[in-house]
Structures are given as structure tokens and as C-alpha cells.
Design a protein around this ligand. Structure first.
Ligand SMILES: Nc1ncnc2c1ncn2[C@@H]1O[C@H](COP(=O)(O)OP(=O)(O)OP(=O)(O)O)[C@@H](O)[C@H]1O
Length: 252
């Protein structure tokens, strides 16, 4: 097959290659719609950064994707199969794993026990997981409540990883952490996508750090998608990002 053939095939890749597809999603609380008409299509190994100011609706999107909130409209598909609305167990079974912004660790249990409890058949074992988190490896016997914020975040991601996610949702990994720690953590997320082929959807306040590791990015403001594009493109045009954040662009 010539190089040209390979290129045209890649260009024409069918939509069904998508591991995560979100079509016309609206999300909110009761009768209140907070996010409107969201579309996402990601293949295995791709990282999407969801950006936007406080209150934009990012966490609402993540919770809805994870089945913790009912969808108000639209569909979510994993591996081509439509997920039922508001069924977190079904979403998890389909391979969606959420790392929530509160990390939700068992603080009375050790680091090792937190990981063991979450482990699913076929997921990477403790040794393989610790390769990604050498700092955590030294803290395996310490209780999860006694490690640093950065280590807790590593543990939250490690706990998601041993569930063998097809789609890893990480909500504000950087919450309460110094930028220097975030700089260490985000490349690990990139590596997870590259090594395991999982789709990663990342909500992040550190815009430029997120764009360094993401493939695609989306800016949500007041519940509307105001900007989408490749992370490289958005990083090269900070003025577009700024205009989107300020609500100066029309909904996409
Ligand atoms: N439980 C709830 N009931 C009703 N409204 C809610 C609830 N939780 C959040 N909201 C509202 O939904 C909107 C979006 O909130 P959300 O937390 O999704 O934003 P966000 O982009 O994640 O913000 P931040 O960056 O500050 O975390 C806000 O107006 C918020 O007040």
C-alpha cells in the first residue's frame, strides 16, 4: 500500500472508530439546563481538554457522562453502544471511569488497599501501575489521608487505571495543587492514553498545561461550546482562547 493510500484511508476513517461519542448532549439539574448541545467524538488514545471559566458546566458534563446525573437530551456511546441515562454502574461497566474533583479516596485505608479495592480483572497489577507513579510506590503502606495532595491525586488516577478504563474522565486534577505538581501529573495522563489506548477527557483550569498534553480542546462558557479545535491550534492562538473565555465568540 502506498503512503498516499494510507493517508486517504486515515482521512476517511468511519465514525464508528470512536471509542467515546457524545451527540447533542444537554445536561443540568431537574428542569434547569446547564449545558447545551455538546458533541464529542474521540478515538482510542486521544485526549480531550474541556476548558472554561468557573460555573461553565464542566463538572456537570463529567458527572452526566459518568451517569451520575440524568441526561436532559442527547446520547452517549462507548464503543458504539448507547449508554442508559443516569446509570453510573452501567457507565462503569462500559468502561467509563471518573476521577472526581474531590478524589473520593478511602482515607482510612492505605494507598495499597485503595488500589487493591478498585482493581478489576484484566487491569494492570500493582507493580505495573506503580511504574507510572514512582513517588506513590514509596507510600504504599501509608494511609491515603496522610499523603500529600499531589500524591492523593496520583492515587485517584492510579485507582482509576486499575479499573482498565476505556474512557477516563478526570475532573480538575489540579484542584488545590501547585502548578509544579500539575506539570508532573499531566504528562502521566498523556502516557496513560498512549500506553493503554484509553480515551481521556480532562477538565483543567491550567489551560496551557492542559493544551500541552491534549490532542483536542473545547471551551465551554455558560453552558455553550464556544470554541473547539486541536490543542496545538488553540495553544498557538491564545487570542481566540481569550475571546472564547470572555464570551466574545458565538456558540459553535
Ligand atoms: N447540584 C446542583 N444543583 C443545581 N445547580 C447546580 C448544581 N451543581 C452545579 N450547579 C450549577 O450548574 C452550573 C455549572 O456548574 P459546574 O460545577 O458544572 O461548573 P464548572 O464549569 O465545573 O465550574 P468550576 O470550574 O467552578 O468547577 C453552575 O451555575 C452551578 O451553580
Amino acid at each position: 500500500m502506498s503512503e498516499q493510500d494510507t493517508f486517504s484511508e486515515a482521512e476517511k476513517a468511519p465514525e464508528s472508530d470512536a471509542v467515546l461519542e457524545v451527540r447533542g448532549l444537554s445536561a443540568g439539574y431537574g428542569a434547569v439546563t446547564v449545558v447545551r448541545d455538546l458533541d464529542i467524538s474521540l478515538r482510542g488514545g486521544e485526549v480531550l481538554a474541556i476548558l472554561g471559566p468557573n460555573g461553565a458546566g464542566k463538572t456537570t458534563v463529567m458527572a452526566t457522562l459518568a451517569g451520575l446525573l440524568p441526561r436532559l437530551d442527547g446520547e452517549v456511546l462507548v464503543g458504539g453502544k448507547v449508554l442508559p441515562s443516569a446509570r453510573p454502574g452501567a457507565a462503569n461497566k462500559a468502561g467509563l471511569v471518573l476521577v472526581a474533583d474531590d478524589r473520593a479516596l478511602f482515607t482510612g485505608l492505605s494507598v495499597k488497599e485503595n488500589i487493591q479495592i478498585a482493581h478489576k480483572a484484566g487491569g494492570p497489577d500493582l507493580d505495573a501501575t506503580m511504574e507510572l507513579f514512582p513517588a506513590l510506590k514509596k507510600r504504599l503502606k501509608v494511609s491515603a489521608g496522610a499523603i500529600s495532595g499531589g500524591e492523593q491525586q496520583m492515587l485517584a488516577v492510579a485507582r482509576a487505571l486499575v479499573q482498565r478504563p476505556r474512557v477516563l474522565l478526570i475532573d480538575e486534577m489540579s484542584m488545590g495543587l501547585a502548578p509544579v505538581i500539575v506539570e508532573e501529573l499531566l504528562p502521566i495522563v498523556r502516557r496513560i492514553a498512549d500506553d493503554t489506548g484509553a480515551v481521556v477527557v480532562l477538565v483543567e483550569q491550567h489551560v496551557h498545561l492542559a493544551l500541552e498534553v491534549a490532542d483536542e480542546a473545547m471551551v465551554i462558557v455558560h453552558g455553550d461550546v464556544r470554541l473547539t479545535g486541536s490543542a496545538t491550534n488553540l495553544a498557538a492562538h491564545p487570542e481566540r482562547l481569550e475571546a472564547a473565555y470572555l464570551g466574545e465568540t458565538a456558540p459553535v
